[in-house]
Design a protein around this ligand. Structure first.
Ligand code: FAD
Length: 317
């Protein structure tokens, strides 16, 4: 089923989460270990991210981070198929503009359609480590809205090759990313929301937000989106802070602010176990408030840590 159908049929906020494919050289069982403890909360769909490269960091004794190596996480399509079969759950593969020509995209969409996948999260992707700015493939998409347009065209039976016009249409629900604290490259939040509206006008059916730690930022973002004429569901994304190092890691990697109250509580923690507890408590309060406000679903960024999410879900769902 499509994410939008799950939302339409739900009586309250849905529980959902995303997982990362294992690093190259690891096994799919590593994914099952993340998912198994979360299945008791009955996620109707699970997102599987896509990564062209991943920089691994090592913390030095002086507290700074050293860049160690770059690895890949292939396997998004295969994992989606395996999860649908093993857990009887819908999956949402993330697809990027970066690294894909339009033909690569078309072929990947055909694979996903054959596998019975009904949802796609359409994203641009970040620049590669060796690029200063995002660079599309020679025949690829520059912005997520263009990828949305290609998926939408295939949903209408329009393929790249003129001879294939009126072929069997695909039937994907299309999700896109939204940023309550603005995408870091956007000149302003208003401009970012204008671009978000273009993604919706191109065919996006729903939005999932970047993680945030202050619910007011999400509520304000939803208000602004509605005023800008964006009417599709906006699913909040949250992630429990789980180590003291997250105080610098999360703002650096996700370009988000941490509220002073949370920062103070974590700074005062004597170790990471205490910081994790603060992060979980914060997540419980965030999720309870979002659920009480009637959000369509709460999307948890798992980052391979199901225990924190399970601790929150047990209190909220
Ligand atoms: P876009 O919507 O294309 O926007 C990119 C930038 O361009 C923004 O600053 C926007 O304001 C600007 N822009 C848009 N349209 C125009 C225009 N017409 N003219 C000028 N500027 C414009 N990354 C991964 O690599 N793998 C993942 O699996 C993944 N999953 C994610 C899931 C979620 C829910 C979120 C929020 C992010 C995810 N990301 C993932 C990160 C994402 O790829 C990056 O944030 C990326 O930098 C932007 O992607 P986007 O789809 O938002 O891009």
């Amino acid at each position: 089923m499509k994410v939008t159908e799950h939302i339409a049929q739900a009586e309250g906020s849905l529980f959902s989460f995303e997982i990362l494919p294992p690093l190259k050289g690891q096994k799919i069982e590593d994914i099952y270990k993340v998912i198994d403890p979360l299945m008791e909360f009955k996620p109707p769909f699970i997102n599987v991210t896509y990564h062209r490269e991943e920089v691994i960091y090592k913390r030095l004794s002086n507290g700074l981070l050293e860049q160690k190596t770059v690895r890949k996480r292939p396997g998004t399509v295969g994992i989606c198929a395996a999860l649908q079969y093993r857990y009887k759950v819908d999956t949402v593969p993330h697809m990027l503009c970066g690294g894909f020509s339009k033909e690569d995209t078309e072929n990947a969409l055909i694979d996903l359609d054959f596998l019975g996948v009904k949802n796609i999260m359409a994203l641009r992707g970040d620049s590669m480590k060796n690029e200063r700015f995002f660079a599309p493939e020679a025949d690829g998409h520059t912005y997520a809205k263009d990828l949305v347009g290609q998926i939408k065209a295939m949903n209408q039976g329009r393929y790249l090759d003129d001879e294939l016009q009126n072929s069997a249409p695909t039937d994907f629900a299309i999700g896109v990313a939204g940023y309550p604290e603005k995408h870091f490259e956007a000149p302003s939040l208003n401009k970012d929301i204008e671009y978000l509206k273009e993604k919706v006008d191109a065919g996006a059916d729903y939005i999932v937000t970047q993680l945030f730690f202050d619910n007011r930022k999400y509520f304000d973002f939803v208000d602004r989106c509605r005023k800008a004429g964006i009417e599709v569901p906006i699913i909040p994304g949250i992630k429990p802070l789980s180590t003291k190092q997250h105080l610098s890691f999360l703002p650096h990697f996700f370009k988000v602010d941490l509220p002073d109250e949370l920062v103070k509580a974590v700074v005062d923690c004597k170790d990471n176990a205490a910081a994790r507890q603060v992060g979980v408590e914060w997540g419980i309060q965030q999720a309870k408030e979002l659920k009480a406000a009637g959000v369509p679903a709460i999307h948890f960024y798992s980052m391979g840590r199901p225990d924190n999410i399970a601790s929150i879900a047990r209190e909220v769902f």
